[in-house]
Design a protein around this ligand. Structure first.
Ligand SMILES: [Zn+2]
Length: 104
């Protein structure tokens, strides 16, 4: 899977902070303003991570009936860390696909 780097040169980082895109590549100067992934990354995260967390929570509840605090300790950090991680990875993949297929 592609690193969170410029789709043209592979050197300059795509993001400032966790999920904000830079204005342009700091290495080759590629303008990032044409990037439009829309709601694509969020849709994939909701569908994939939602299925994992919902299935996991159901399985845990049916088999072990743990107290609610244990569900919170397990699933809340997984949702928080997992969604940010997946958003970065999927957004990067969609940006690289957009650049490869359409260019700008
Ligand atoms: Zn670049």
């Amino acid at each position: 899977m592609a690193k969170a780097r410029c789709p043209r040169c592979g050197q300059g980082p795509l993001f400032t902070g966790l999920l904000n895109l830079r204005e342009k590549c700091s290495s080759c100067g590629l303008d990032y303003s044409a990037i439009d992934t829309g709601d694509g990354p969020a849709v994939f995260v909701v569908l994939i991570l939602g299925a994992i967390v919902t299935g996991g929570a159901l399985w845990l509840e049916v088999n072990y009936e743990p107290p609610i605090w244990l569900h919170l300790v397990i699933w809340l950090p997984l949702i928080l860390v997992g969604s940010i991680y997946m958003l970065r990875r999927i957004k990067t993949a969609l940006i690289h696909q957009q650049y490869r297929k359409l260019g700008w």
